[in-house]
Design a protein around this ligand. Sequence first.
Ligand SMILES: N[C@@H](CCC(=O)N[C@@H](CS)C(=O)NCC(=O)O)C(=O)O
Length: 506
Amino acid sequence: NNNEADLFHPRFILRQTAEKMIIRYFGCCIAFFFSIILSAKALMMRTGMMMKLATIDTLKIKVLESDAGAALAAEDALRERGGGTLNAKCKLRLFDTEKEPRLILYRDPSYWCPYCAKLSMQLEEKRIPYKIEMVPMRSYGIKSQDFLNKVPGGFLPAIELDGNVYTESLDIMVMVDDTFNGPEHRRTLPPRGTPEFEEARQLLGLERQLFRSWCDFVFRGSLGSKRAFERDLHVVEKELERGGKDKPFFMGQSDPGIVDMQYFSHLERIFASVAYWKGECIRGDYKKYPNINAFFDALEKRPSYALTRSDFYTTITDIPPQYGNGVFDRMAPKQHSYEKAISGAEWTLPMNPDALEVKLQPGWEEFEPNAHIEALFRLVNNFSAVAKFASRPAGEGVGRWGTFRPDRSALADPEAKPAKGQALSDVEAALSIVAHILADKLEIKAEHAVTLDEIISDAKRRATTASCLIYLRDRIGVPRDMSYPAARALRCTLGWTVEHLQKKKI
Ligand SMILES: N[C@@H](CCC(=O)N[C@@H](CS)C(=O)NCC(=O)O)C(=O)O
């Protein structure tokens, strides 16, 4: 009796509605059932991918089990006792003696002071036992009253020899060469009154001239300054021609002397600044500057220099508080790409082995194979301090030191306080993922991402953690913290982790 009239019969409507409800109800149940199965499966998959994070202590043991990690630990242990090769953390250099050193070198903790670097190389090359006291340059912190009582002007470097304090690096180097003149200490300056001594004096003058024309070119950019700088650099290039391949140092020598020491630290700064601000490549251009490049190839093999050398990023960030900002040559065809490369455009994973940044800085090949181990070793052995340092943007005082003070480094926050609680533990968690990626030889695995997402899922916490990792990434200093290849491995890993945190949680 399904005629039209019945369709509006209340019982019919009721029956129809009940049937619909039953169908809907069962439909919902089935959908609900399947959705539970699917999400349980997804959860199981995610949980399966989630790493059971090894503790930092376990990673410490793991890194020590590798040959490269064990070698780093052994070298650090030697350094503690005054032996081993020089790096920025050394505080005692004994050169096989057991006597208390007569000399204390006061230098900046990061090798950012070029005058400290050259004096340090002389002490190493001459194998003079010495102690090292670290004193911050004014752009990075306040000097102790104790140091200011000794050196009222506060200038670095300074030395204390048998209790007397001396300043002015070149004067110190000459005095040191005269004082430590026995057979166990190679001479670094030709004897006075000889033509070689006169030649050395002239070359020292040429270095000052190059220094001035570099300052004029890079920091003032005055008219004609590029030509003047290049002219001086070519004179230096010509001077280095003398000894040929076997004797790549000034005055045709096979070992570096005071003249070489006077040159290298400013040349190092010249290479980085001219690439960054002017788009010109000097180190690495073997065609145009074969002798300057051969000089550095030889220098980089010397233990007195190998681990005190900086990278371009560190140099271009430590130069401005000392010298002012460079003037960009926007017309130079390569300036923009060099600037981008040096300031970290490619700091992410997977690492690009052909990155322009790497091409601009040759001579680190020895450190490249174990770069990830070196970075991991430094990170895990200093984990809690690194995490606290990185957490500063979530703590207090970041930016206060450098605000309205161009003479102070914008990257330094000597008075900043680390974060506590959640923000600090998030940074620790993110850094622990960074450590795992390094331990996995920089290979990104799904579990790295999933684990990070599980631990830090809240958008605000992710953004805060990302800002902390950026803070750390931009403050890794070469040679202070590690070699350039290790710093690059760590910067790239931090870069990837930041990018991941900045993506929305999936
Ligand atoms: N003519 C001096 C120059 C030394 C110099 O300029 N040192 C800078 C650092 S690169 C310095 O101590 N500046 C004060 C400071 O930063 O505290 C020398 O050769 O020793």
